[in-house]
Design a protein around this ligand. Structure first.
Ligand code: NAG
Ligand code: NAG
Length: 407
């Protein structure tokens, strides 16, 4: 018995000695507690616990009710209204911010499984476990990307009609232009706001690139996807109407024809799709300014060589990052429109994105697309992967502030 008491006394001393220094934003209440009763570890465990009312200044029944939804960023993960990572939801055309999460509920351009219009809210649901109140990150030197120099907000969704694909695409472009014109909140770091779009099917990358062009000019698109998406509309869906030509497999071809892409610095990463033709698709892809690293090449190259190859290819160009969730293996992202077995793991993708951030490639915008929640499982595997990829992109944007090109 004496020995046991001695053990607990030592435990109490050790706990006191290793009390961490409070960080800038950390909850002081987590770190120190002025109540002398609660400072005593042994006394507050099951061994010495008193009745709950005795620990409170007032009996529970007299305390006012508390509502956490007034201040999202202090929510517990399962509480509150479903914004991305419990971020503040603001009217982004009327308020200042630096980085905005914005939904594109659009899926009029899909060829196989429909339902990506529910992706934005699926992604937000997957991000419930993320929170500014606990955002300091072991993989990023303890940086909390929600509480850095940048004001990060959830801008909600851009309205677009479900009845006409071409009109909807124009509505998404207009929405992105309106958001992109906003003055950032912290102009000492960056002179333009940046947006991370949650799709939506992959067609949305076209209106986004159109909207970004006036600010950034031609950009190098890093396209993580199992498919090429530079398909000539004649090969995929064309020959019928203007509406059929614009879809989630042709948007990068169209972006090239419109002069939105860098001439030679675009890349597909994680490619593994079948082609419509022995030569034409790949020749057309090269003509559109793309090179590629196939999914299986990662086994020989490893993450570091993949990152190195991307850095060499991009050179000094501005980077637009487009992540089709089907770049991941269906084991890691089953809930997507056009699944292709044999893809990368979530960890591999996150490590590659981190490598590009470490190399300080200037990222000016991003999307994560083709998440179709209806095909997800009860564990929300895909939605949670989507939210983690967005978090990794957010870290990159915080790590690398960018300035607009000089006129
Ligand atoms: C603005 O950004 C700079 C870093 O570029 C940072 O030092 C400063 O604290 C930021 N200002 C605010 C109000 O967060
Ligand atoms: C890219 O291609 C366009 C069209 O051919 C050309 O006008 C432009 O000068 C090229 N840009 C660079 C940097 O080579």
């Amino acid at each position: 018995m004496v020995f046991i008491l001695y053990f607990f006394a030592c435990l109490g001393l050790a706990a006191a000695a290793s009390e961490p220094e409070p960080g800038n934003y950390q909850h002081q209440s987590f770190l120190k507690n002025d109540d002398p009763f609660q400072q005593n570890f042994v006394a507050t465990t099951v061994f010495g616990r008193r009745l709950i009312d005795a620990e409170l200044a007032e009996p529970l029944a007299l305390l006012p009710p508390r509502f956490s939804s007034r201040k999202f960023d202090d929510d517990y993960p399962y509480e509150g209204i479903g914004t991305f990572a419990h971020l503040e939801y603001v009217e982004c055309t009327e308020s200042k911010f630096d980085i905005g999460i914005v939904g594109h509920p659009f899926d009029l351009g899909v060829s196989y499984r429909p339902g990506a219009r529910f992706g934005p809210n699926g992604g937000r649901n997957g991000a419930r476990r993320l929170s500014p109140a606990a955002g300091w990150d072991m993989d990023h030197n303890g940086v909390n990307p929600f509480r850095s120099w940048a004001k990060v907000v959830d801008c909600g969704d851009i309205y677009n009609t479900p009845f006409d694909k071409l009109v909807a695409i124009h509505e998404l472009e207009r929405g992105m232009k309106a958001l992109g014109k906003q003055t950032p909140q912290n102009t000492s770091a960056a002179d333009a706001v940046r947006l991370i779009a949650i799709g939506g099917d992959h067609t949305i990358t076209l209106p986004i690139l159109r909207a970004l062009h006036s600010t950034w000019g031609r950009v190098a698109v890093l396209h993580f996807d199992s498919h090429l998406d530079t398909w000539d509309p004649k090969q995929l869906g064309g020959g019928l109407t203007r509406h059929a030509e614009v879809n989630h497999g042709t948007m990068l071809h169209i972006a090239h024809e419109e002069g939105l892409l860098s001439n030679h610095s675009n890349m597909h990463l994680g490619s593994r799709s079948s082609l419509f033709d022995e030569h034409y698709d790949l020749n057309n892809d090269l003509r559109c300014g793309f090179s590629y690293i196939r999914a299986r090449a990662l086994d020989q190259m490893g993450v570091d060589k993949v990152v190195q190859k991307i850095i060499e290819t991009v050179g000094t160009e501005y980077v637009y990052l487009s992540v089709d969730i089907d770049v991941l293996d269906p084991a890691f992202a089953p809930a997507t429109g056009t699944i292709e077995p044999g893809g990368w793991t979530t960890r591999e993708l996150l490590a590659i994105i981190k490598g590009l951030s470490d190399a300080k490639l200037p990222i000016i915008g991003s999307d994560v697309v083709e998440f179709t929640p209806i095909y997800d499982n009860a564990a929300e595997t895909t939605g949670i992967a989507v939210s983690q990829i967005i978090l990794e992109i957010l870290h990159w944007m915080v790590h690398v502030p960018v300035k607009k090109p000089q006129a």
